[in-house]
Design a protein around this ligand. Structure first.
Ligand SMILES: Cc1ncc(C[n+]2csc(CCOP(=O)(O)OP(=O)(O)O)c2C)c(N)n1
Ligand SMILES: CC(=O)[C@@H](O)[C@H](O)COP(=O)(O)O
Ligand SMILES: [Mg+2]
Length: 628
């Protein structure tokens, strides 16, 4: 196998084109086989095998900087840069990261996970190169989905203006996670489909070259003629008008053509955009047929293409999607907005039932937020479905357009808390801290999937401003769903277990571990009250005052950043009441980035365990209260 002899990009340089094509086939086989066990972003990586081989064959990483947008399609890059032997640990605890990772290799020059950052980073590296009088290449690989991200367009604007040497490779597979959307996508579609563009362009350019060099007005007319023809035939004229040289579209699986085009691109002075057409999932028929489902694959059976899914209670996401349909049936104000995550957010069924009330705006969280504000300003009830981590992209819009204006936007914040294999770039652990300080916003988290349903009803019924419900990327507890849906009084907590010696104020999925700790403490004769602190804002101030009255020591427990989180809110409240003697132990995610692994391993790592809680309670509860 050629692949056995590839340990670094240098090992590619002597191969023939036929050998490179053989290598591509071997890498595809490797990916399908390895990811059948580990899971991962199979379809995106199958689509960039030839492209990644071509880059490492022609150019010289790490001197030449390769920047992968999102970074989920960097497995081939990792294989070619000495990490193929680590793929059995892909996305596992302390194993190979599923995204580009600087600590893994000198070839990983730019980390991501969130989309649309590659062009800005590339521009930074290009300017740095020029200021250092260096001559390395800077090559960004960005997908058609990521190109819909606002940051990418901001960067195109800057790159085209400065006209520095920089190569942008647009990996166009017509897919985001779902089929890509938007006017830019439609434009790319016209280029992809009108093959005659390329032929006509060559003929026109040949013809124009034939016109003898002439002076005077005729020359100006000829130039104008050439420009107007350009609009007719140059496929990438939009990019050309932004200051790029556009090359393509080129078949991203035709290695000889790809090599030829990249060599041509390498000679261009100034920014060049190479439009590469690929097939997401190329080479594995189940992934080719359904690249949305195979974008992020669970472990699977290779032969049957059947993914191995955990059986058990429904995911919170599924309960959200089903409940939103129920609410939308009762209330025609309800509309759903997703920034390119219809499937991950559980909205596929909703979209099929209410196509006119479902909006996939592309990878555009900022736009999604203010679009929701616009909808709410006209009396609709927009439900903005967004992952906690991706909502970070729209922080200003949440403050400036939604909360300040006190508009009735409902946020359905999925993937709140640890997310597992996607790791540090995707952990949903900052939203409590970054949302609770914004005036007018109500923030809640259910103890189980049944309470999620009632919280969604609460959010839709609530007409006093923005309201957010956050829920985790895990299955529910398997509780029964009670009917009918009813609103929960805002700002009310719930005592789940009585106790006279201490209290744990737990948020969402932290409740089971709090109940476990209380059970263990009961064996020591210590009564620990467990409270479902389901409203992070506003808090249940009556209950907080009652706890103070009883002088109960307490733990606050949240799967969110400890700094500025729910526990901080409790301390702030007691401070505001001048209750300075309260003994409060805040337990949340410590101040560092928690890397990939399973949710259970991540929780274990930061001490979200009943054993840890018991130790903290023993330190908190004075001896006299600990009955013999
Ligand atoms: C800011 C942000 N929003 C959403 C996502 C989720 N996401 C990851 S990959 C992806 C689709 C990317 O499409 P494209 O850039 O075309 O790459 P492809 O997977 O098609 O190769 C999305 C929406 C993200 N990573 N970052
Ligand atoms: C790379 C990326 O951002 C998405 O593919 C993300 O990994 C999806 O996350 P879920 O698997 O939680 O839907
Ligand atoms: Mg794509």
């Amino acid at each position: 196998m050629l692949l056995d002899h590839i340990h670094q990009p240098e090992d590619l340089k002597h191969l023939t084109t036929e050998q490179l094509e053989q290598l591509a086939a071997e890498i595809r086989e490797f990916l399908v086989e390895k990811l059948s066990v580990t899971g991962g972003h199979l379809a995106p990586n199958l689509g960039v095998v030839e492209l990644t081989i071509a880059l490492h064959y022609l150019f010289d990483s790490p001197d030449d900087k390769f920047i992968f947008d999102v970074g989920h399609q960097s497995y081939v890059h990792k294989i070619l840069t000495g990490r193929k032997d680590r793929f059995d640990t892909l996305r596992m605890y302390k194993g190979l990261c599923g995204f580009v990772k600087r600590s893994e290799s000198e070839h990983d020059v730019w980390e991501a996970g969130h989309s649309s950052t590659s062009l800005s980073a590339a521009m930074g590296m290009a300017v740095a190169r020029d200021l250092k009088k260096a001559s390395n290449r800077v090559v960004a690989v960005i997908g058609d989905g990521a190109l819909t991200g606002g940051m990418a367009l901001e960067a195109l604007n800057h790159i085209g203006h400065e006209k520095r040497n920089l190569m942008v490779i647009l990996n166009d597979n017509e897919m985001s996670i779902a089929p890509n959307v938007g006017a830019l996508h439609n434009y790319l579609g016209r280029i992809r489909s009108d093959r005659h563009y390329v032929k006509a362009k060559e003929e026109v350019e040949y013809l124009l070259k034939k016109i003898p060099a002439i002076g005077g007005t005729l020359a100006k007319t000829a130039e104008k003629l050439k420009d107007s023809f350009k609009y007719l035939v140059v496929p990438g004229v939009w990019f050309e008008e932004l200051g790029f040289t556009y090359l393509g579209p080129v078949d991203g699986h035709n290695l000889p053509l790809l090599l030829e085009t990249l060599k041509q691109a390498d000679k261009v002075i100034g920014p060049v955009l190479v439009h590469v057409i690929t097939l997401k999932g190329k080479g594995y028929s189940p992934a080719e047929a359904d690249s949305q489902n195979w974008h992020g694959a669970s472990p699977y059976k290779i032969e049957s293409g059947k993914m191995i899914k955990a059986v058990g209670p429904p995911m919170y996401t599924e309960v959200f999607g089903n409940t939103l349909i129920e609410l939308a049936r009762q209330d025609e104000r309800v509309v759903a907005i997703t920034p390119a995550m219809p499937s991950g957010s559980g909205l596929i069924k909703f979209a099929s039932i209410f196509p006119e009330r479902m909006f996939d705006v592309g990878i555009a969280e900022q736009h999604a937020a203010t679009f929701s504000a616009g909808l709410a300003s006209e009396g609709l009830k927009p439900v903005f479905a967004v992952y906690s981590t991706f909502l970070q992209r729209a922080y200003d819009q949440v403050v400036h357009d939604i909360c300040r204006a006190n508009l009735n936007v409902a946020f359905a914040i999925d993937r709140a808390g640890f997310v597992g294999p996607d790791g540090e770039t995707h952990q949903g652990i900052y939203d409590i801290a970054y949302l609770r300080s914004i005036p007018n916003l109500t923030l809640m988290m259910p103890k189980d999937e049944n309470e999620l349903r009632h919280m969604m009803k609460t959010a839709v019924d609530y007409n006093d401003g923005p309201i957010a419900v956050r829920y985790p990327r895990i299955s529910g507890l398997g509780v029964s769903m009670d009917e009918p849906l009813k609103s929960i009084p805002i700002g009310t907590w719930e005592v789940l277990r009585p106790g006279e010696d201490a209290a744990i104020l737990a948020v969402g999925p932290m409740i089971p571990v709090a109940l476990e700790a209380a059970e263990l403490m009961a064996k020591e004769g210590v009564g620990v009250r467990v409270v479902n602190a389901r409203f992070i804002k506003p808090m249940d101030e009556a209950m907080l005052l009652q706890l103070a009255k009883e002088d109960l020591p307490m733990i606050t427990l949240e799967e969110g950043a400890q700094m500025g989180g729910f526990g901080s809110g409790v301390m702030e409240f007691y401070s505001s009441q001048n209750l300075h003697g309260m003994r409060v132990k805040i337990i949340g995610v410590p101040d560092y980035f928690v890397e990939h692994g399973s949710v259970a391993e991540q929780r274990q790592e930061v001490g979200f365990t009943s054993e840890r809680l018991v130790a903290e309670l023993q330190a908190l509860v004075p001896r006299k209260r600990q009955r013999a």
